[in-house]
Design a protein. Structure first.
Length: 391
């Protein structure tokens, strides 16, 4: 097989085949949001977390893979097309993953988690990255087997087995894909191109925001044309705008520089992208579900479930964003204080809203106001830092 390694000179360039691959995850996120909207129970929440975890690790591992192999090469393009097809099968199976389509979901997921590292281990054999992926293959093969075994169990058992499978996938990078006799792989042995991974995660965040915008548009289509409906639209739309502003205007732009300057950028990227971004993106999807429910029934009283969606989703986003910034470069005292204060206020408003039963639109407006305050404080802090740096 010809040399397939990605040239570091490509920098943050994202190939069109990678963008094409991401299109399936527009569908996957929509499927997850729809499933969650129809299963707003404790068990439904656990099920959607497990499925989101599986979907996230497939995407995440693929984003990392194209950091090491060149998508411009025909064999790599074929790999991505195969992974895309399997991703489509997995995403289409989400509504019945804990029903009749469990095997379809699990086998597609498992196949991707094995085929990808196997391909790179063979293509890059004799090189350090090939050895790295041989280690990852061992972990992924075990997790894949557990995913498939769970698919043929009864629903209650399936959930437990799939939690174990997801835990194996999540633990692999944390434990440096440790193997008996061989030990683990030092994170410095993964020669990362930070700019590329930064851009890939920006794109998946945009896709998650897209699901929020789609959910707003779907519901607004069915609302009567009135001043009230336009107010509800404005409140709903303010939330993804705030998410975008906080992520791109004040934090994402610093990430690439900090990774380039770091002694061990791969370890920082592992925490900031593989783990923190999962929470951040998950928070956006939860918010999309809450926003859609609010637009469908703006006059309904707030229940505990709706409070968790409308206030809990943004709280998850804030937690993920804080972990992302902390992992890459560290939160300063001001950012830590603002984050803690925002989370406390979101929690308090959620509790009060659920206990008093205020209208969903009122709760959504309060949450939007809190996020707007967060944007304002971040903007002030950013300008202040810039002024200090110039002085």
């Amino acid at each position: 097989m010809p040399a397939l390694g990605r040239a570091r000179s490509k920098g943050g360039e994202v190939a069109t085949i990678e963008l094409f691959f991401d299109l399936v995850y527009v569908f996957a996120f929509s499927q997850l949001a729809s499933f969650f909207a129809e299963h707003l129970t404790g068990r439904g929440t656990v099920e959607v977390i497990v499925m989101f975890g599986g979907v996230w690790w497939v995407w995440n591992y693929t984003a990392w893979a194209t950091n090491f192999v060149d998508p411009a090469r025909i064999p790599v393009r074929i790999l991505l097309v195969v992974l895309m097809l399997l991703s489509l099968v997995m995403a289409a199976s989400i509504p019945e993953a804990f029903g009749d389509r469990g095997p379809q979901f699990a086998i597609a997921l498992a196949a991707m988690q094995v085929v990808r590292p196997l391909f790179i281990a063979i293509a890059m054999r004799g090189q350090q990255i090939g050895r790295n992926y041989a280690h990852l293959l061992a972990w992924s093969a075990v997790a894949a087997a557990v995913w498939v075994i769970g698919a043929f169990c009864e629903p209650d058992t399936r959930l437990i087995v799939w939690i174990v499978a997801l835990a194996i996938d999540v633990a692999a990078p944390l434990l440096r894909t440790w193997l008996p006799r061989f030990g683990g792989i030092d994170m410095r042995m993964w020669e990362l191109t930070p700019a590329h991974l930064v851009e890939r995660n920006r794109l998946i965040f945009i896709i998650a925001l897209g699901e929020t915008v789609l959910s707003i548009g779907r519901e607004f289509m069915h609302m009567e044309s009135s001043l009230y409906s336009f107010v509800a639209l404005g409140v709903a739309f303010a939330v993804p705008v705030a998410f975008w502003w906080l992520y791109f205007a004040h934090h994402s732009e610093r990430t690439e520089r900090r990774l380039e300057e770091a002694d061990d950028p791969t370890a920082l990227a592992r925490g900031g992208f593989a783990y923190a971004h999962a929470i951040l993106v998950g928070g956006v999807i939860v918010t999309a579900v809450g926003t859609e429910k609010m637009l469908a029934h703006p006059h309904d009283e707030t229940t505990t479930v709706y409070a968790l969606l409308l206030a809990g989703g943004p709280a998850l986003f804030y937690i993920g964003l804080a972990l992302f910034v902390a992992s890459i470069g560290g939160l300063d005292r001001f950012e830590s204080t603002v984050t803690a204060s925002t989370l406390a206020v979101l929690a308090a408003i959620g509790v009060v809203a659920a206990s008093t039963g205020i209208e969903l639109l009122v709760l959504a407006a309060l949450v939007a106001a809190i996020l707007a305050a967060g944007v304002a404080s971040a903007s002030w802090h950013h300008r202040n830092d810039a002024a200090v740096a110039k002085s």
